[in-house]
Design a protein around this ligand. Structure first.
Ligand code: ADP
Ligand code: MG
Length: 326
């Protein structure tokens, strides 16, 4: 099948009721009518086989992940995702693979009524998936990394460390005896749930926000650098899933929660006097949000262990290009 037939078969969706898309797939470029009085918010992320996912990962999970990491960036900005483009590099055009890939892609895209408006398809040795998401926010309501103030409370959504464990599980580096725990952990790694609704609700509330892609310690540090502030967080407050606690000893579970990547939960800061509003978001979005500490005037990131003593991590977070990988 040639490139055009392939795009048409797997990626051209019946026209959606999306008045903003004046021209979608099929011309040299897409044309969008951005809703009046909204800002455009744009992000892009690439995932490559062997670096970000296993060669033999389920195609639906690869598509899900490529879109989910971008939706997570939109959530961290407080943006509503609306449209996306897809650039795909493949070693061959394997119909079965493409079918599963496009099903996984549209399963997630349809959940948020996102329209695929264009892309590019090329041949290459490794599978590479680049997705760009375009979203909107009302003017001035984007949430940046730089707005945290001293005494703000620090929150995280969901639970931390599950994806780190899921990665080790997928690698065959560890075993989980309970089937239910194994299923839960594997799902958390392969099918990230981006916190889009929480992000939108935080627009008027959070002073700063980031999505946790490289581990809590590393990503919270980005907020601190951008905001020129410090923070104190407590390991006993870190939200850990039952499955993680069942599978690892306490010390390992905490290390996983602090410094392993791919959680795609949100870490955000809120003025202390507005904490009650976080509870309202938890109820509206059905996503738990846990207060893990607070912003300080200075002092970098201080982590207080369960023994009430400062904890030092030898490894702050996940980096995609370590020396061995370069
Ligand atoms: P051009 O040569 O102008 O770049 P292409 O042949 O690459 O055009 O693409 C033709 C049309 O198909 C364009 O509208 C493009 O956006 C769309 N397209 C190509 N690849 C994909 C893809 N993987 N997903 C969605 N749309 C795609
Ligand atoms: Mg092209």
């Amino acid at each position: 099948m040639n490139e055009f037939a392939l795009i048409e078969k797997y990626f051209q969706q019946p026209a959606k009721m999306d008045e903003a898309v004046k021209v979608g797939i099929g011309d040299d470029a897409a044309v969008l009518n951005i809703p009046k009085d909204q800002q455009l918010v744009v992000c892009v992320d690439t995932i490559v086989s062997g670096t970000h996912f296993f060669y033999d990962a389920p195609p639906a999970s690869i598509a899900h992940q490529a879109l989910a990491v971008n939706l997570s960036d939109m959530a961290a900005m407080g943006a509503k995702p609306c449209w996306f483009t897809l650039s795909l590099t493949l070693p061959n055009n394997d119909s079965a693979w493409l079918k599963e890939f496009s099903e996984g892609l549209f399963a997630l895209a349809n959940q948020y009524q996102l329209s695929l408006i264009g892309g590019d398809t090329t041949r290459g040795k490794r599978i590479s998936v680049t997705i760009q998401v375009l979203g909107i926010t009302p003017p001035g309501l984007e949430i940046l990394r730089s707005g945290a103030k001293a005494h703000d409370k620090i929150y995280v959504t969901g639970t931390l460390g599950d994806s780190g464990l899921g990665y080790l599980l997928a690698q065959g580096a560890i075993k989980i005896s309970s089937n239910a725990d194994q299923q839960y952990i594997s799902n958390r790694y392969f099918y990230t749930e981006p916190r889009v609704s929480v992000g939108e609700q935080l627009r008027d509330l959070a002073t700063s926000c980031i999505d946790i892609s490289d581990g809590l310690a590393a990503d919270l540090s980005h907020i601190l650098t951008a905001s020129k502030k410090g923070a104190i967080i407590y390991t006993e407050k870190l939200p850990l899933s039952l499955a993680l606690k069942n599978s690892l000893d306490k010390k390992m579970a905490i290390e996983m929660a602090l410094s392993y990547g791919d959680d795609y939960e949100l870490c955000f800061t809120v003025p202390a006097e507005r904490q009650i509003e976080v509870e309202q978001i938890v109820n509206a979005c059905k996503v738990p949000c846990t207060c893990i500490g607070e912003i300080t005037e200075m002092g970098g990131l201080q982590i207080i262990g369960d023994d009430n003593k400062p904890l030092h991590l030898d490894h702050l977070g996940w980096e995609h290009f370590t020396d061995e990988q370069k």
